[in-house]
Design a protein around this ligand. Structure first.
Ligand SMILES: Cc1cc2nc3c(=O)[nH]c(=O)nc-3n(C[C@H](O)[C@H](O)[C@H](O)COP(=O)(O)O)c2cc1C
Length: 281
């Protein structure tokens, strides 16, 4: 991922209690001078020459990513970071050519995207991660989300990673199982572009349902992979999918997982059937 933290910079680490002391804070810039937290640092409104310099930084970061051998880049235009701050009407109140209409709010994020695309090999894909709602009144609208994603698609984005929120501290997200997937479904099927979805997707049945129903092209896992790094191995066993990348010396070790997952799946399916009303059996 390549990104700029914008007005969310100069902050303590999430696990630290104390705010950064004044001596350790640095100046921020954003689309408009609105702080993220009520008592947070007020960023300055980005000037054109600051935009020029940030575009150069993104170009250098892209070349570095290619040199380091990355297969793909994802541009952070989500979660209230610098580019997202231009897109949302809650964080962009500029009166120049970079504020107001969605076409204007898109100008700087699109300029950064084009700079990345021009400096990354054309056969390598680029994703753009967006927030498809701000979970707050007067935030980004569904129509604007379509305009944003269509604009990135036309500029050469290969896939859109459809996240939501984290634009403003007072957001009211409605979370639950697979809670962000409807937004991916919306973008994928209205704009006709591949999408990635993430957010409380915790088992292989959910993943298969999302993919088979055409709600996303890729499912990204955050926390489930952190607390179960063998999630994918378990899913392979559950699906009785023979992996081709297990070293010979480990093969005997992984075999029992296949029998265990097979009987676990049988049990779950029998339980689901037993719980169904008679009319659905
Ligand atoms: C420890 C941690 C670090 C994360 N870092 C990033 C990040 O650098 N960029 C990003 O776009 N999302 C980041 N996320 C958010 C995830 O991409 C994802 O949207 C979120 O965790 C919801 O998915 P999950 O329910 O599978 O965890 C992070 C999440 C966690 C838990």
């Amino acid at each position: 991922q390549l990104g700029h933290s914008g007005r969310k910079g100069s902050s303590k680490k999430p696990w630290e209690k104390e705010e950064l002391p004044k001596s350790k804070q640095w100046n921020l810039f954003s689309a408009s001078p609105i702080s993220f937290h009520e008592n947070g640092i007020i960023p300055t409104e980005m000037t054109i020459s600051e935009m020029d310099s940030i575009v150069k930084d993104f170009e250098i970061a892209t070349l570095n990513a290619e040199k380091a051998g990355f297969d793909m880049i994802e541009l952070q235009a989500h979660h209230g970071f610098l580019l997202a701050s231009f897109l949302s009407p809650l964080t962009n109140i500029r009166t120049d050519e970079f504020g107001g209409t969605i076409e204007n709010r898109l100008k700087f994020p699109l300029r950064v995207f084009v700079a990345i695309r021009d400096n990354f090999p054309s056969q390598k894909p680029i994703s753009v991660r967006i927030s498809a709602t701000d979970w707050a009144e007067n935030g980004i609208s569904p129509e604007e989300v379509l305009q944003i994603t269509t604009a990135f698609k036309n500029a050469g984005a290969d896939i859109i990673n459809v996240s939501t929120g984290n634009t403003v501290a007072y957001q009211q997200p409605q979370m639950g199982r697979m809670w962000q997937t409807p937004f991916s479904d919306f973008v994928r099927n209205e704009v006709n572009i591949p999408t990635i979805t993430a957010g409380s997707i915790t088992d292989i049945d959910q993943i298969n349902t999302i993919i088979l129903n055409g709600k996303a092209d890729l499912v990204a896992l955050g926390k489930p992979l952190l607390f179960n790094p063998y999630f994918v191995r378990n899913a392979q066993a559950y699906e009785n999918f023979e992996p081709t990348d297990v070293p010979n010396s480990y093969k005997m070790g992984i075999q029992p997982l296949f029998s265990e997952e097979k009987s676990r799946r049988k049990m779950t399916e029998e339980m689901k059937k037993a719980l169904k009303p008679k009319s659905h059996k």
